[in-house]
Design a protein around this ligand. Sequence first.
Ligand code: DAH
Length: 330
Amino acid sequence: MKEWYDAIKEAQSVERLEEIRISVFGKKGVLAEQFAKMKSAPNEEKAQIAKELNTHKSGLTDELMQRRITLQTLELEAAMKAEFIDVTLFSSNSQAGALHPVMETMDRIIEYFTAMNFAVKTGTMVEDDFNNFEALNLPKYHPARDMQDTFYFKDEMLLRTHTSPVQIRTMMNTKPPIRMIAPGAVFRRDYDITHTPMFHQVEGLLVDEEGKVSFANLKYILEDFLKYMFGDVEVRFRPSFFPFTEPSAEVDISCVFCKGKGCRVCSKTGWLEVLGCGIVDPNVFDAVKYKNVSGYAFGLGVERFAMLIHQIGDLRSLFEGDIKLLEQFQ
Ligand code: DAH
């Protein structure tokens, strides 16, 4: 029987062990054969032979069990090594989220002005007539209101048409000096390739003692800001009109598409209008009861900046949630 103990010890696989088990314990196996032989042995030896055979029966059963456990463990370890899955590995077809181009542009604008020590104010999207128009030198029935038709609620409440009311809110509850920007959503009754009923603006306001703030200060910071946003562009100021600034200007950059040569986007002028600005009108300071101060203000449309930076043709496409379009800006 010794050879069977050795065979079990040397078995290298569970299959081989099974073969041995059948050879030993099977119907025609060694034990069955030995027990059969015992029948023809002399009677006085039978008990001794049976005892020995039973000892081997249980001994070999134990050996088989032990070896099976060892081999199964080894096989499992080998399988785990061979089929190892690294669950921490990055999947090449997983979809990573990204900032929307409008938010990314807004963040960049905020980054510039916070670095210049401007505080970030938010205001509210549902605004009252006083903050949105009246205090900004846009009295009732003033024709300039027609350009900013919006959605009205009861009691002279409305969806703000620009971020300029945040200037009023801030001045009403803070003493000068002020250095703030107000990023946020605004609403107008507009819809075409360059306008959507909801869009985003960033407002800017700086107020200090009378005589301390000049148009030169405004010109300097806006030129620096526009170069930060658009790279090496030319910047020009054109006289314009806003009720809340006097003098007022519109600011153009040299066309980022044709480098100022003249193309379809800039209507062959070589220039693109990017923001409005000016020296704060004294009527605005009167409305918030500020005395002996001077200041400048500016306002810009974030979507317009995003369109120019990413060369997007139709502003409405920014709000269609089209993954094919959006993932180009990741
Ligand atoms: N609020 C203006 C608009 O929505 C933008 C603007 C122009 C804001 C000039 C200003 C400014 O603060 O000085 O069209």
